[in-house]
Ligand binder design. Structure first.
Ligand code: ADP
Ligand code: MG
Length: 392
């Protein structure tokens, strides 16, 4: 173990009084923008299982198989229970930390969502304790996934999304590193509610929620006209006096839904469905990352290259944005997602998609509808022919 990791672990153990009594830190498993996550052994596992029983908190949650020590003859009933300890950086605002813990608490009974066991605070340092889930690195297994594998993976992801969205919570950061999946056991859990928010908590009315007719007249004199162009000296105002449009854009580039890029001020849980669609696009195209833009404008161009300028324009107008481009590679018509899959996997005319793969693409098209109000919901997704239990 790296020396700085070792000293960070020592510090964590000494910062929290009694830490060593309950937990034994094993190794660092993740380091992100907002936290460091460690794997640890919970030495008092049996005790807290009883605590849960008393509170009747976890009774409805059946844990997937966890990593265990090999059974020993001397103590056949002793199991080792591992936890993930998420040390949230002290630079995160207290409101943000509280938000993450509160939302996790609300979702504690949702299947396929990683439950929060407990959390501790010592002065400005907060740690969250979660059950440890063994998982693979997405980049090592996604290319080998068969259609039945993809179905199981997505069923688990959409189950987590259904629970989250039923609670009217937007996750905002759906991507492979936040969905811990073990290809061996085919279990997955959604983690990282650090950017999550309650639907409507920050919204202001957006055109996309208006009735069609009203929207048409408003679009005609839209104040939010924003244009995207490669080089149009006259097209992009130098001294833009229009008020800037503000919207929550938190998330990860490449996974942001078009309405997030268009700065929709009334974003819904549909943004997570788009991101889940991008995961499916990654798996089917065998390319990760599929979208690889440096900023939001580039991200719009990437999406426009697939969907075509015409549909992109319509999508922008939903939120009062004028999408315009002179980039020659962005055509008017765009391409079908089926074509994109065929090209990115280098399959010629002689090797068309199978019926199962076509169904997967159909499902993906429903997840990646440019219009958030027409996009499939998590609940509907689980009923979709591609994901239905009896479809395999
Ligand atoms: P961040 O906000 O820093 O992205 P995450 O909650 O996404 O924090 O955790 C970062 C990484 O730590 C994850 O991508 C995963 O590899 C690992 N991790 C998080 N929670 C768990 C868990 N319950 N079990 C195992 N590994 C986890
Ligand atoms: Mg994360």
């Amino acid at each position: 173990v790296d020396r700085s990791v070792q000293s960070d672990m020592k510090k964590l153990e000494s910062d929290f009084p009694g830490f060593w009594y309950r937990y034994r830190l094993i190794k660092r498993i993740g380091e992100g923008t907002f936290s460091t996550v460690y794997k640890a052994e919970d030495k008092l596992y049996d005790q807290y299982v009883n605590e849960w029983d008393v509170q009747n908190e976890m009774s409805k949650w059946t844990p997937p198989p966890l990593e265990r020590d090999s059974p020993s003859q001397h103590s056949p009933r002793k199991r080792t229970r591992y936890v993930a300890i998420k040390k949230i950086y002290v630079t995160s605002s207290p409101m943000r930390i509280l938000n993450e813990l509160e939302l996790l608490h609300d979702l504690r009974r949702c299947p396929s969502v990683c439950p929060l066991i407990t959390a501790f605070r010592q002065t400005d340092q907060v740690i969250a304790i979660l059950p440890y889930f063994r998982h693979g690195d997405f980049r090592t297994y996604f290319r080998d996934m068969t259609i039945p594998d993809i179905r199981i993976y997505l069923r688990s992801l959409f189950t987590a999304l259904r629970g989250t969205h039923e609670h009217r919570i937007l996750h905002r950061d759906i991507k492979p590193t936040n969905f811990l999946y073990d290809p061996a056991t085919q279990h997955g859990v959604l983690v990282d509610f650090g950017l999550a928010e309650r639907e409507g908590s920050e919204s202001k009315p957006c055109l996309c929620h208006e009735q069609r007719e009203l929207r048409k007249t408003r679009q005609a004199n839209s104040v939010w006209a924003q244009s995207v162009s490669s080089y149009t000296p006259s097209g992009y105002p130098k001294n833009d006096t229009r008020p800037s449009k503000r919207a929550n854009r938190a998330g990860t580039r490449g996974f942001r839904a078009p309405e997030v890029l268009f700065k929709c001020t009334e974003q819904t849980t549909a943004i997570d469905i788009w991101s889940a669609g991008v995961i499916l696009l990654t798996i089917l195209s065998k390319r990760f990352p599929f979208f690889n833009s440096a900023d939001d404008v580039e991200a719009m161009i990437e999406i426009a290259t697939i969907y075509g300028a015409r549909r992109m324009k319509v999508a922008g107008l939903l939120h009062g944005c004028v999408f315009d481009t002179t980039i020659p590679t962005v055509g008017q018509q765009g391409f079908t997602l089926e074509k994109i899959i065929l090209w990115s996997t280098c399959r010629g005319e002689d090797k068309p998609l199978t019926a199962d793969e076509k169904l997967a693409v159909k499902f993906m098209e429903r997840c990646m509808d440019l219009d958030p109000s027409r996009r499939i919901t998590a609940e509907e997704a689980l009923e979709h022919e591609f994901l239905r239990i009896d479809s395999s």
